[in-house]
Design a protein around this ligand. Sequence first.
Ligand code: SAH
Length: 393
Amino acid sequence: MKTITVRAGKERSLQKRHPWVFEGSIAKGGADSGELVRVQSVDGAFLGWGAYSPKSAIRVRVWSFDEAERIDAAFFARRIARAIALRKRLVIDSDALRLVHGEADGLPGLVVDRYGDTLVAQFGAAGVERWKKTICEALLGATGLTRLYERSDASVRALEGLPEATGWLAGGGDTALTIREHQWRLSLDVAEGHKTGYYLDQRDNRKRFAEAVRHHGCRRVLNCFSYTGGFSVAALTGGASEVISVDSSAPALARANAHVELNGFEASRHQALDADVNATLRAMIHEGRRFDAIVLDPPKFAPTISHAERAARAYKDINRLGLQLLEPGGLLFTFSCSGGIAPDLFHKIVAGAGLDAGVDGAIIERVAAAPDHPQTICFPEGDYLKGLMILRA
Ligand code: SAH
């Protein structure tokens, strides 16, 4: 068994059950990619069992803080069973859900989504990569499913020194699927969509948006960074008469149009705009357009804290433009999915946007990711998605 010794003082975060050991915290020791290591303090005290990742800034991700626990097939079966048991206790109004959410489920780097009868997994760290076969068997065993598709093509793989890998790990057949979310039917392709195919984390916020659009009587709705139009279908459900989806992905917009019809709405109530959001917002202000509700759900502008400053400017820009485009009394539903932007910072950014736009607003709701994307109390990095629902003064 190889041993990793952390520098004096660096044992504290592990003692608080934070599962990462950064490169700079290590005094000595090394191992192969994904290899099991014993992490210890300078005086040799046990801190955790972890997976070593020789190329990543996150050099070790801890599997377990329990010295008596063995990291073997039974360990993975237990962790997966625990993750699935948690989902059974949650209110999830969909046949598509996140079954395993990485660190929060004690499986660092592993994401597993279920879309009906199909599992989609992303192996985002050296440890879960090494245990891939074992994890697959545990997933199929625990769910009783036979179809498992791999989408290990996220940029984090490069940070771990791992090549991209996609394709069926079990079963096969059509990668195009239809799911149910609340009362909606939505299509996706697990081989081609973003992430594992769909943004499941916004499930409950889409429903909240439908309710808010109805409650506030919003007619004209602008859905920015729409992807396949989840919030657009929600707006139509809420009674909007005119919905515009803006995204820079043509295939996503084609699906947004399809989703309007799939859910029984007149195609004429929806328009898909293949364009850059920032440029579109500016052009619309120039044209004197106004909306009753606007969604801003941009991609991760700040993947890590080091990008926070530049990202803050980008968030402020679109929020200022969005607030300017809103009719007085209009509704802004604005999000950040950047782990590097904490909720209080996001609030301050939106405050700055309001100042620059010369408009005030009331925060009527604060939202986060759906509960199948849990956070553990020891891992604040897990708090990535935050949203503010704002009524413009
Ligand atoms: N709201 C969506 C998820 C949005 S993900 C949902 O509910 O499913 C972010 C989206 O932003 C992606 O679809 C991506 O294609 C799009 N995007 C990224 N940069 C963009 C830009 N500059 N202009 C327009 N769309 C952009």
